[in-house]
Design a protein around this ligand. Structure first.
Ligand SMILES: CC[C@@H](C(=O)O)C(=O)SCCNC(=O)CCNC(=O)[C@H](O)C(C)(C)COP(=O)(O)OP(=O)(O)OC[C@H]1O[C@@H](n2cnc3c(N)ncnc32)[C@H](O)[C@@H]1OP(=O)(O)O
Length: 309
């Protein structure tokens, strides 16, 4: 997403496949062919493990809802759902009006990680690493979208499900929910980028405790260590379905309210500050600033002589 000068010049010209390749690499992928990653090969392999779906609802408000949908397996990720996820991220990358995203699980629980049936079938290190590269690419691109994202955790977020929550800007936990990096109990460590992101969210001491102890993080502990950014009460049945999602939309709205270019610019400067060395982050901030300075929202605010009391 943050392009270097050379890539930007090349992309500006019309050199077809080469430009597209560069664009794909610079979009936020961690792995490409130079790392021995063959996207088509792994897609085909993953498609051999079908089940469930990833559903994307793009709303006029500019806030989309992404639903992990495989209730009979507690929303575990089948292979085809991993491919779906990558496709939904591509759709979001091409959605120019995006401002916000809520990632939720279907039917009252978040996600129980990889589908263990698929995991058993690809339990050799080569296939495991291919799946891991595929998911790292997809989740890195998810986190780098120019919108503000929140994982709405209801029920359980286990293993890869816990990792998925860290690929969002914020996490809000419903009462009674649990985030648990169960990898140690599976004889594993996170592989979808969840450890690297967790360290940046809660610090290395807390990350070591959560991974080393496979600790269950409830909303109270989540708030205490900074893994959770908010807690929502699960509404009673009489209050009607969808209320938790409405609460999440309401929670997110304080960050997504306002003109789309400004919200996108906010995310871009925070993202570059988080990911780039300081000099590069400063230069990116200057470039992003240039996109909003003198823009419609800026001129409107200046004309209204607004006071920030
Ligand atoms: C690759 C490693 C890592 C990663 O990707 O980074 C992983 O994610 S590994 C997967 C980690 N997750 C697990 O180990 C979850 C194991 N399951 C459970 O602990 C429990 O099922 C539960 C999620 C706590 C729910 O318990 P409960 O409420 O008692 O329901 P059931 O156990 O009856 O579950 C209903 C149904 O769902 C199936 N299920 C649940 N999780 C998975 C899964 N990850 N893969 C495949 N299937 C899953 C469970 O087997 C039940 O199905 P049936 O037995 O057919 O009823």
């Amino acid at each position: 997403m943050v392009l270097c000068g050379v890539s930007r010049q090349i992309l500006g010209s019309s050199c077809g496949a080469w430009a597209r390749l560069l664009q794909r690499q610079s979009r936020g992928c961690v792995y490409s062919s130079i790392h021995g990653f063959n996207q088509e090969e792994i897609r085909e392999k993953l498609q051999a493990f079908p089940g469930g779906s990833i559903d994307l609802l793009k709303q006029e408000s500019g806030v989309a809802v992404l639903t992990i949908n495989n209730p009979s397996r507690m929303n575990a990720f089948s292979g085809s759902m991993m491919v779906d996820l990558e496709e939904m991220v591509s759709q979001l990358e091409n959605w120019t009006d995006c401002k916000g995203l809520i990632v939720q699980g279907a039917a009252g629980t978040f996600c129980s990680g990889s589908d263990l049936n698929a995991v058993r079938a690809i339990s050799n290190p080569q296939d495991g690493m291919k799946m891991c590269m595929f998911m790292q690419n997809a989740l890195t691109r998810l986190l780098r979208l120019p919108l503000i994202s929140v994982a709405l955790v209801e029920g359980r977020a286990l293993g890869g499900g816990a990792e998925l929550t860290t690929a969002c800007d914020f996490r809000i936990m419903a009462s009674g929910s649990v985030i648990q990096f169960v990898h140690k109990h599976m004889g594993l460590v996170p592989g979808w980028g969840g450890a690297a992101r967790l360290v940046r969210i809660v610090g290395s001491q807390n990350a070591l405790k959560l991974l080393g102890g496979a600790l269950k993080v409830d909303p109270e502990l989540g708030l205490q260590i900074g893994l959770a950014d908010g807690v929502l009460e699960v509404p009673g049945a009489e209050e009607g379905a969808g209320t938790l999602l409405q609460q999440a939309e309401n929670w997110l709205s304080r960050y997504t309210k306002g003109p789309t270019p400004v919200i996108q610019a906010v995310k871009k400067v925070v993202l570059s500050g988080r990911e780039l060395p300081l000099s590069e982050a400063l230069r990116t901030e200057k470039d992003v600033f240039g996109t909003v300075w003198g823009g419609p929202a800026n001129l409107r605010a200046l004309a209204s002589k607004s006071k920030h009391k």
